[in-house]
Write a protein that binds this ligand. Structure first.
Ligand code: R5P
Length: 249
């Protein structure tokens, strides 16, 4: 396993060990390449621990993951209160604001983050930054209703200061990426000045009619777990505390 994969696994295993407890019965499962390690660790808790638990997915990928792991599946309309949601991130800043939506799942992800009593991020060391937009340069993912995409792009280019905002195009399919909700995705890069204050730019984007959700999650997480190259895990908490912990056994 390469160093990035093992860092993702370290972060995921440590976060599950600390936040998925026997009393937690409704658990949100995010999307991306780090989350499979979350599910792997939850499965390792054993059949008895997982009996009676319900897992809520943030999209097609996590739904398949839950089902193929033999875990109980539910949805957020049945369970609007979730004990704990664990999810990946494209980048997390020093205030625990993060960019999400690299996989176009951020609408459902934000609903599950908001529904959760505790929202936990898991990522490898590359995502641990002081300011958003440091390593993840493709921009802020924005889900838009299809008929409004050109208008929203125009707003982003000329009003909100993202001249390079583009419609995300599919690979191995002609045309745009279509989200699990049937919408399009715009990626809008902003300069450092704007990304220093992600809440303001998030609110401005959200106000554009046609925008369904913005992939900026501002101060929603209780903690972010980053697996490091040296086998340790850095945990950043919402109160500013930072722990450096050894890898789980
Ligand atoms: O839409 C996708 C999600 O926000 C993912 O959680 C995010 O892109 C991070 O994914 P990964 O764990 O693959 O870096």
């Amino acid at each position: 396993m390469d160093i990035i994969e093992s860092s993702k696994r370290l972060a995921a295993y440590t976060a599950v060990d600390n936040h998925v407890k026997p009393e937690h019965k409704v658990i949100g499962i995010g999307s991306g390449s780090t989350v499979p390690y979350v599910v792997e660790r939850i499965v390792q808790q054993g059949a008895e621990a997982n009996k009676g638990r319900v897992f809520i997915p943030t999209g097609f990928q996590s739904k398949e993951l839950i089902v193929s792991s033999g875990l109980g599946l539910g949805d957020v309309d049945q369970y609007p209160t979730i004990d704990v949601t664990l999810d990946g991130a494209d980048e997390v800043d020093s205030q625990l604001n993060c960019v999400k939506g690299g996989g176009a799942c951020h609408l459902r992800e934000k609903v599950l983050a908001e529904a959760a009593r505790t929202f936990i991020l898991v990522a490898d060391y590359r995502k641990n930054v002081q300011y958003l937009g440091t390593n993840f340069l493709q921009g802020v993912p924005i889900e838009v209703v299809p008929f409004a995409y050109a208008k929203v792009l125009q707003n982003l280019h000329h009003v909100l200061g993202s001249p390079k905002a583009t419609l995300r195009m599919a690979v191995k399919k002609a045309g745009p990426v279509v989200s699990d909700n049937g919408n399009f995705i715009i990626d809008a890069p902003f300069d450092r000045e704007k990304m220093i204050d992600p809440f303001t730019i998030m609110a401005q984007i959200k106000m554009l009619t046609g925008v369904v959700e913005v992939g900026l999650f501002c101060r929603m997480a209780k903690a972010a777990y980053f697996g490091n190259e040296d086998g340790t895990v850095t945990v950043r908490w919402d109160d500013g505390k930072i722990d450096q912990v050894a890898a789980p056994v």
